[in-house]
Design a protein. Structure first.
Lengths: 346, 497
């Protein structure tokens, strides 16, 4: 036994630094998602080359993804921690409403943004406290705060749009500012600044999650909270940070959205929590905690966006979008369960 | 051959390229207790799962009462009279005992409504039959682990089996409960049931079995009447080499006091617990299950609250608020429940090994040093001879023995002054057990102070320099064990009345 093990160790050692062989890569989540996204892209390019490949269309697809990506990124962290945050869409709406109302009542933009930040973070802290100190199941706690946030937003605005077209120019221009990258024929290829910022934020968070200890511990805390605590990790702080970061991402999305739409509206973002969860789970986050990656989540969001766009371009009813998200979510989880069953023999 | 109730002929089984069983021939006689023994990964569980119809065979045949049978699922095997008592308890804590016994085959009337009364009475009959008094209405969650194991057996008996397969039924039982279980097994055999008994505990097997079969690396090495063999022969065949000295030598270099505890108490769990621990010493905590040993350890490291008492670490008064505090101060606790409290089972070996000591592997900015992590974890797993092709393997795919080695290595990594190990060899095969024992002794020889909580008396006596005996949340005696080894009854005496 002893000899055998050292023999095997040596064999394994050679592969150590590239321990993933081609089979692992081909069956990895990120690779499959790349493939699926590629196929959808190819499909739409072939059948609707004029409409789909038009930069205006692609830009619209990517721009709409901005908010989804931010919420899904926060959701990924929460799912890794073994929790769930249903309040993201509502917190987004409330924060947006608060910012818009403050600006409308002639508060300086900076102060309005600060106010929005305080509100968003408060909801993150509230979620964290209810779940960690109150021991309420994350699903129930955030279902409650979801209602509360939405309710306050509706109450503050009486369900009306809060337009801020006359606000500080820098702020509302920022929301629609685009960087021109290239000119291809008639097409001007330009990218919205909020999309670029979102991608930068995502990349930073993704890298930190993998390599930075304070965030990386989320995986341990999510996989087995008791073992993590006994291993000397601050599981309370780690979880709390997760809910606050999720709220922070709602805030960033709200700032972008308010600036881009030039208004606040209490009913935006409903159903966003569903999209965020779907994208994260499709991207490989486990509802049991301890698993997930931002790259996967990004590809999940992209896939949902392509499919939604495809529905419209192929002349399908846009009403099917919602149903398609549900179908994809269930498919992803089912495929996952089947493949995992095969892996766990003993 | 007529007397064989079950005969297994030339069975082969492979998972992927891994040949787990090779041409196994095995038989069970009517009314015998046939012990099956082998190291983790030898193929015991796989063989039993084949007999129980849980997984299909690649080659070979199964004969039941002389007739050839093929099982496609566990239900068929169950109907044929084969029932398995599982190693991992599979009861639902929120259902009553009766409901658990008749889970998924509830007694119903013609409208499909459950007849609770009848189920209760039937359950009662089963308990009467085995002569144990458990209220069928009790919630399983309220029962002790031992009682749950008995409910598990009752569940199997209620099926009216010819053969019962018991997979390590005593791994979480105290000695009293084990004795009770053995009486129950003997009673079952008298009523004509045959039993296949899988265990790691050699002494137990000689206590209970009629015949012994040894599996090693997928081969059935030999089958002998229990009366015609002895434990040395069995162990030798099991590991394929001779294990001469079962336990390493006692410590020679006991130094100054590292840890001193005075009158530790936690209301409702333990009180007045005082002991000292010296450098390079192995202090055994012996006692029955539930005597408060684990509770003391958990309160000591700040996982649970202490209500009274003082702790001195190298002369300084300390009180750990969290396990984090304890680890920072060099006091580590290896849990008895490796799957639930110890390991991150869905993570790689490498991540598990460093999980208690992440701070050692980060830059000033808090970024993980992946290269150092890989090197260090490789060194650790090499040290522990963790059997795997690489450190990226998920811990869940390792055998129990290897999982335990990972857990021990995880706590060696922070290099603590005081290491508390709780049942360090539970559910572990002989080879891994010897390795863990030697490793623990090696650590004390390097100056670490170790507290070993164990319910296995031979292990406790064989390894400890001193033994603190627990009873009902108190230390009843601290016995010197380094020069002359204590007799078992000298220790037990203090643990029971």
């Amino acid at each position: 036994m002893k000899q055998e093990s050292t023999f095997n160790r040596k064999k394994g050692h050679g592969f150590y630094f590239e321990n993933k062989n081609y089979k692992d890569i081909l069956t990895s989540r990120v690779f499959i998602l790349f493939l699926i996204n590629g196929l959808i892209f190819l499909f739409l390019s072939i059948f609707r080359p004029d409409a789909f490949l038009d930069w205006k269309n692609l830009k619209a697809v990517f721009s709409l993804m901005t908010y989804d990506m931010l919420l899904a990124a926060g959701m990924t962290l929460i799912l890794i921690l073994g929790g769930i945050d249903l309040s993201v869409g509502s917190v987004l709406a409330l924060t947006s409403v608060i910012i818009a109302l403050s600006i409308k009542s002639k508060l300086p933009v900076s102060l309005s943004l600060l106010l929005g930040l305080i509100v968003a973070i408060s909801f993150g802290v509230l979620n964290g406290l209810l779940i960690l100190k109150g021991k309420i199941a994350p699903f129930i706690a955030t279902l409650g705060t979801m209602s509360i946030a939405r309710g306050i937003a509706v109450m503050l605005t009486l369900g009306q749009f809060v337009t801020i077209t006359d606000a500080n120019k820098a702020f509302i221009d920022f929301g629609r500012f685009e960087i021109i990258v290239a000119k291809v024929g008639k097409n001007i290829i330009s990218i919205p600044i909020i999309l670029i910022l979102t991608l930068v934020i995502l990349i930073i968070l993704g890298m930190l999650l993998k390599t930075w200890k304070p965030l990386n511990q989320a995986f341990f805390a999510g996989a087995n909270i008791d073992a993590a605590r006994l291993s000397g990790m601050r599981v309370f702080s780690i979880n709390m940070a997760g809910y606050i970061i999720s709220a922070l991402f709602c805030y960033i999305a709200a700032v972008f959205m308010t600036a881009n739409n030039r208004m606040g509206f209490a009913n935006v973002g409903s159903g966003y929590e569903m999209k965020a969860i779907a994208a994260a789970v499709v991207g490989g986050a486990s509802m049991l905690g301890g698993e997930g990656s931002l790259m996967g989540t990004f590809l999940g969001v992209l896939m949902l966006a392509f499919i939604a766009n495809g529905f419209i371009l192929m002349g399908g009813s846009s009403n099917w979008q919602q149903a398609s998200i549900g179908i994809i979510l269930i498919l992803a989880v089912t495929i996952d369960a089947i493949t995992n069953k095969g892996k766990r023999k003993e | 051959m007529v007397n064989d109730i079950l005969r297994v002929v030339d069975i082969d089984k492979s998972f992927d390229e891994n040949n787990v069983l090779k041409k196994i021939n095995f038989s069970v006689e009517r009314g015998e207790i046939h012990a099956l023994i082998g190291e983790n990964g030898a193929g015991k569980t796989t063989l039993m799962r084949i007999i129980g119809g849980i997984i299909p065979v690649d080659n070979g045949e199964l004969y039941l009462n002389g007739e050839k049978v093929v099982f496609h699922n566990p239900i068929q095997a169950m109907h044929a009279g084969i029932s398995i008592v599982h190693q991992e308890l599979s009861l639902s804590p929120n259902l009553s005992v009766a409901q658990n016994i008749y889970l998924r085959r509830e007694i119903t009337n013609s409208f499909g409504f459950i007849k609770h009364n009848e189920m209760r009475n039937e359950a009662k009959k089963v308990f009467d039959k085995i002569g144990i008094n458990i209220d069928p209405d009790r919630m399983v969650g309220q029962l002790s682990v031992g009682m749950r194991q008995i409910v598990e057996i009752a569940k199997a008996i209620a099926l009216g089996p010819q053969i019962m397969i018991m997979d390590e039924p005593t791994s979480s039982l105290s000695e009293n409960e084990t004795r009770m279980l053995f009486e129950l097994i003997r009673g079952l055999v008298k009523s004509g049931i045959s039993i296949v008994y899988i265990s790691h505990k050699i002494s137990e097997i000689f206590d209970i079995s009629d015949r012994i079969s040894v599996l090693r690396d997928g081969h059935l090495i030999y089958t002998k009447k229990t009366s015609e063999t002895n434990s040395n022969e069995v162990i030798q065949n099991m590991v394929g080499r001779e294990i001469t000295n079962l336990y390493p030598e006692k410590s020679s270099i006991v130094g100054e006091t590292v840890l001193e505890c005075k009158n530790l108490g936690r209301f409702g769990f333990f009180n007045n617990v005082s002991f000292i621990l010296k450098k390079g010493e192995m202090l055994g905590f012996y006692g029955l299950v539930g005597s408060g040993r684990t509770e003391v350890a958990k309160a000591l490291i700040g996982s649970d609250k202490l209500t009274s008492g003082e702790i001195f670490l190298t002369g300084k008064k300390v009180r750990f608020k969290t396990p984090r505090d304890a680890i920072k101060n060099g006091v580590c606790y290896l849990t008895e429940d490796r799957k639930v409290l110890g390991l991150f089972t869905t993570f790689s070996i490498c991540k598990n090994l460093i999980s208690a000591n992440l701070d050692k592997f980060i830059t000033k900015m808090g970024f993980l040093k992946n290269k150092v992590i890989k090197e260090e974890s490789l060194a650790l797993s090499e040290q522990m001879t963790i059997f795997s092709t690489n450190n990226e393997l998920k811990v869940i795919n390792l055998s129990g023995g290897n999982q335990q080695k990972v857990l021990l290595a995880k706590w060696i990594c922070p290099n603590p002054k005081v290491l508390i190990v709780d049942e360090p060899t539970r559910g572990v095969d002989v080879g891994a057990k010897a390795l863990i024992h030697n490793k623990l002794r090696e650590l004390t020889n390097q100056g670490m102070a170790i507290i070993m909580i164990t319910s296995e008396l031979p292990e406790c006596i064989g390894l400890s320099d001193r033994i603190a005996v627990f009873k009902d949340g108190q230390i009843t005696a601290v016995l010197e064990n380094s020069k002359v080894e204590l007799k078992q009854n000298e220790v037990i005496r203090h643990a029971i009345k």
